[in-house]
Design a binder for this molecule. Structure first.
Ligand code: NAD
Length: 258
């Protein structure tokens, strides 16, 4: 028996990184998965490999969400799970951030989660209930310099999660958020996208940085976040809704002065 037998889950931003690992784990646990992303070649290849469906979805576009729901229902009959995972990060100081850059980050990270909830929650209700997992961040619960727009959107996702949990509980929909610290994907480790990068040098730099910042002494793995998303999507979390779950190796626990 899989933990998600009979479930149909759409995962946004699932062509790579945390979303990819969530798609792999959810399929292993018996779910029918819709892999949704703007990286069509990678998304198609992953879906083919794991026996999922791929759909092109720019999470900031409402018509894309409606089309994705249609694809999911045509393929699998219903949807009863959503992982709002897609997100983008840009480094800039607040004063130097162009308005267009701020708005682009809001459009993907924040409007994307809003549209996902708005479009998919009625489908989950029609299916008799289910779950939504929103991907916030460590930066959704505390400040992080030079990623102001990103941090603002991740705080907003925690707020949206709480309100959605309140409004959707009566419809048998639980809504929670994952708040990862530094996770070893292209977002925190752009060398993954650089064919010329030296893996040993990258590992040394990551180990030096996160060994210093994170109590558990290392960067997180996307598979670890996928297991948290599985917990929040399955029956093991049946009495939990409206909560942000930090998965950060202890980074947010505090600082050590010695
Ligand atoms: P990633 O960059 O590997 O994955 C992000 C995915 O989102 C990519 O597949 C990308 O194509 C997709 N995406 C980007 N814009 C999109 C759009 N408009 N519509 C649909 N898909 C889009 O990084 P990741 O670490 O796997 O990121 C997953 C989520 O985790 C993001 O929301 C990110 O903010 C969050 N997060 C990451 C970290 C980290 O350290 N990696 C930490 C905290 C939170």
């Amino acid at each position: 028996m899989g933990k998600l037998d009979g479930r149909v889950v759409l995962i946004s931003g699932a062509a790579r990184g945390q979303g990819e690992q969530e798609a792999r784990l959810f399929v292993e646990e018996g779910a029918k998965v819709v892999v949704a992303d703007v990286l069509d070649d990678q998304g198609e290849a992953l879906a083919k490999e794991i026996g999922a469906r791929y759909v092109h979805l720019d999470v900031g576009r409402e018509d894309d969400w409606q089309a994705a729901v249609t694809v999911a229902k045509d393929a699998y009959g219903h949807i009863d799970g959503l992982v709002n995972n897609a997100g983008i990060l840009r480094f800039n100081d607040l004063v130097g951030t162009p308005l267009a850059e701020f708005q682009q980050i809001v459009q993907v990270n924040q409007v994307g989660v809003f549209l996902g909830i708005k479009t998919v929650a009625p489908e989950i209700e029609a299916a008799g209930g289910g779950t939504i997992v929103n991907t916030a961040s460590y930066a959704g619960l505390t400040g992080m310099a030079y990623v102001g727009a990103y941090t603002a959107t991740k705080h907003a996702i925690v707020g949206l999660t709480r309100v959605a949990a309140l409004e959707l509980a009566a419809k048998k929909i639980r809504v929670n958020a994952v708040c990862p610290g530094a996770i070893d994907t292209a977002m925190s480790n752009p060398s993954q996208l650089d064919p010329g990068a030296d893996p040993e040098e990258t590992a040394r730099a990551l180990s030096e940085l996160y060994g210093r910042l994170v109590p558990l002494g290392r960067i997180g793995r996307p598979e670890e976040v996928a297991r948290l998303a599985l917990f929040l999507s399955g029956e093991d979390s049946s009495y939990i809704t409206g909560q942000p779950f930090v998965i950060d190796g202890g980074w947010l626990a505090g600082v050590s002065v010695i």
